[in-house]
Design a protein around this ligand. Sequence first.
Ligand SMILES: *[C@@H]1O[C@H](CO)[C@@H](O)[C@H](O)[C@H]1NC(C)=O
Ligand SMILES: *[C@@H]1O[C@H](CO)[C@@H](O)[C@H](O)[C@H]1NC(C)=O
Length: 264
Amino acid sequence: MGSWAGAGGCLLLSVATSTLILLTRPPGSWGARIIGGHEVAPHSRPYMASLRFQGQHHCGGFLLRARWVVSAAHCIKDRDPLAGLVVLGAHDLRVAETTQQVFSIQDAFTHPDYQPSTHANDICLLKLNVSAALGGAVGLLKLPRRGARPPKAGAWCQVNGWGAVSDFQDLPPGLMEAKVRVLGSDTCNNSWSGRLRPAMLCARSGDSRRRGFCSADSGGPLVCGSRAHGLVSFSGLWCGDPKYPDVYTQVSAFVTWIWGVIQQ
Ligand SMILES: *[C@@H]1O[C@H](CO)[C@@H](O)[C@H](O)[C@H]1NC(C)=O
Ligand SMILES: *[C@@H]1O[C@H](CO)[C@@H](O)[C@H](O)[C@H]1NC(C)=O
């Protein structure tokens, strides 16, 4: 939802206005931060990728193979993906860290059934121009096993991102993380007034505090039990709002598609 980041962050509009906006605009994308999270130890999440356009962080993603990054389809919608860059080995995006490796995108594959209006099948694969050099600061994250089910309601997972930490789009001092709990899809679908589609996974803070993701965190992984079970897809008007649970692409539903593209 990075494309909406210019809308000015987590705007505090009146409830009446917000309801109207939720009905007339694609959900999510208001503001740009991991809400209620903390900065992680540098390079402790070596699979995290930053997808950049025109020199600016736009979305997250994760490194699946030395030459392949998984991200959300909406991150490259209306853009020329081959004009983007992928940065690996980063912690603080504001500086050129010696651990950073920068790649061009040689090829991009959006899921053939991606539907921008409903966010269904919000996943893409980015092929880097060369293989990343794996090491301390750059590493792989596993997919769910073939045929694996999504994590059960109540399971704890973590989401990472470099989404801006202020309404003025300042980058955070380093990679951020929030712990969230998986929410049952029926409960989530009710909260979203029936707008949940198959192959989506919901999570929320699991307590009364606001916690979750925001716009420039899009495409980043939701890690449950050391595997990527979700990709940041969309959220409500207020980032981390428990009324509108955060919605992720359910990665386990795309394992066959992913390996099919990579092995092509
Ligand atoms: C890969 O892309 C990066 C970023 O554009 C560039 O610096 C590097 O030279 C490229 N590597 C090769 C082998 O083309
Ligand atoms: C969500 O609810 C709507 C309306 O009842 C239904 O059509 C849709 O299939 C549900 N989505 C999921 C993922 O169950």
